[in-house]
Design a protein around this ligand. Structure first.
Ligand SMILES: Cc1cc2nc3c(=O)[nH]c(=O)nc-3n(C[C@H](O)[C@H](O)[C@H](O)COP(=O)(O)OP(=O)(O)OC[C@H]3O[C@@H](n4cnc5c(N)ncnc54)[C@H](O)[C@@H]3O)c2cc1C
Length: 434
């Protein structure tokens, strides 16, 4: 038994906490259930030469301090890339975001989108109760129902009418009429996506950014927390060991953490179960050519396309593939609450390959050199209408039992890697300030 600060997890949030605690020379231990560190930012390096992150990960932080830390962690060896992103819609490829890139779509659809957009702008905005109301008020019904509502259902697994708008931030671009018109008339348009440029390690995948921190930390892998006793201030692990703590900071997903806490009231457990999250099946494919896509990632709007988004890691860095090869990382979304995974992950590979061919990403003649499917049980937080109240209950309880939280699945937010890291830093700083 030791008495120090115990940090649960070893992803960006836990490592953000580690940075602050390390700078303050405060004893602390990081524990993770996995046999490898990094959480969602882990990278898997295969003998075939293909390198895939847990899910596609790029760094687009605008924070110069974090840019500097990450750059130092890879000895300055990273790629700086101008983002080019596109959308697949019923056989058409258009630049992202669709609302300012309608050029090339069927004429009637463009006319309806623009007429509705103009009418929506002229209308007095009524109460916005949910994401669907917001989309229709912002873009008009034709665009809303043809693009973001269809894509959103694939990505979030629930209807826009069942979602809040708490997560929007800069994620959905709101153009003026001139931008919509210009993008409908011209094949080229200014870049307005919130990811404009990004960075990626030249070697070893995204995880290379984290490795020096992991090497420095007192990090204990294969330590799966199974219970937390806030009265005794101990954490127990599946393998039988227990650790005492002075302060506990958790980045593990709230629906997993809360039921493990001794004495938790049943209404708090119920609230934690109402917190919804997607499950991603990630299908990684390696092929023998590197000209499979002009875009680094692509969104798929059609309901009958098996997947939601594809990324092309060989365009993040050539270090992710054998020379001359290309790679596709495919995301398919499910959720326990709204769309339970209905098959073993491996059975997603064939429908994915079929639809990569049907949508023109791959050719029938492409030789598949590598294929695997992985399940990510906690992928993206679903901002359904139950989230806010359930989260208040859960966070209130954690405060009462003096368990601190951080990161995407502790805050239960839509945080990117930088935000998860800052969340860990802030949580650690709050411990220092006590
Ligand atoms: C498909 C996908 C693509 C993404 N792409 C990007 C991107 O391109 N750029 C970007 O900036 N962000 C991206 N993100 C977001 C990014 O992954 C997160 O913001 C960030 O990794 C969250 O870090 P975290 O430390 O909060 O959580 P995690 O990385 O999930 O860390 C939580 C840790 O807790 C551990 N844990 C869980 N349960 C237990 C237990 N019982 N005992 C012990 N340990 C446990 C886990 O193993 C894990 O290591 C993406 C996310 C997804 C799902």
């Amino acid at each position: 038994m030791t008495e120090s600060i115990l940090v649960l997890g070893s992803g960006m949030a836990a490592l953000g906490a580690h940075e602050v605690l390390n700078d303050a020379a405060l004893a602390h231990v990081l524990v993770d259930k996995n046999p490898y560190p990094g959480g969602h930012t882990a990278t898997f390096r295969h003998e075939s030469g293909f390198v895939f992150d847990d899910g596609p990960h790029i760094s687009f932080t605008s924070d110069e301090r974090l840019q500097g830390l990450l750059a130092a962690n890879v000895g300055g060896e990273f790629e700086r890339i101008q983002a080019y992103v596109d959308n697949y819609w019923h056989g058409h490829l258009i630049k992202h975001p669709a609302q300012v890139n309608l050029h090339g779509l069927p004429e009637d659809l463009i006319v309806d989108c623009i007429s509705d957009f103009v009418a929506a702008a002229a209308r007095e905005v009524g109460p916005i109760e949910n994401y669907e109301d917001w989309l229709i008020a912002t873009f008009g019904p034709t665009f809303a129902r043809t693009f973001p509502m269809v894509y959103g259902k694939k990505y979030h697994t629930t209807e826009a009418a069942n979602m809040s708008i708490d997560w929007l931030g800069p994620r959905i671009y709101q153009p003026d009429l001139a931008e919509v018109l210009r993008g409908a008339l011209s094949p080229s348009s200014p870049d307005v996506h919130y990811v404009d440029k990004f960075r990626y390690p030249s070697h070893g995948g995204f995880m290379s950014y984290l490795e020096p921190w992991c090497r420095r930390a007192d990090l204990r892998l294969e330590h799966e927390v199974v219970s937390v006793d806030p009265a005794a201030r101990t954490v127990s692990f599946r393998h039988g060991e227990a650790l005492g703590y002075r302060d506990l900071l958790s980045s593990i997903p709230l629906p997993r953490l809360v039921p493990m806490i001794e004495g938790v009231p049943s209404d708090v457990v119920e609230a934690s179960r109402r917190l919804a999250c997607t499950t991603a099946v990630i299908v990684n494919i390696g092929v023998g050519r590197d000209d499979i896509s002009p875009a680094q990632w692509r969104y798929f709007y059609d309901e009958d396309v098996f997947f939601t988004r594809t990324s092309f890691p060989h365009l993040f860095s050539p270090g992710t593939c054998p020379p001359g090869c290309g790679s596709v990382q495919v995301e398919c979304y499910y959720s326990e609450k709204y769309r339970p995974l209905d098959r073993p992950a491996a059975e997603c590979i064939q429908p994915v390959v079929d639809d990569l061919v049907r949508t023109g990403v791959l050719d029938e003649s492409d030789e598949i050199l590598f294929a695997e499917a992985r399940v990510i049980p906690f992928a993206n937080v679903i901002f359904d209408l139950e989230r806010r109240a359930a989260l208040e209950t859960v966070h209130g309880f954690l405060e009462d039992v003096d368990v601190h939280w951080c990161g995407r699945y502790g805050d239960w937010e839509y945080s990117w890697t930088d935000e998860a890291f800052f969340s860990g830093e802030r949580a650690a700083q709050r411990l220092l300030d006590r």
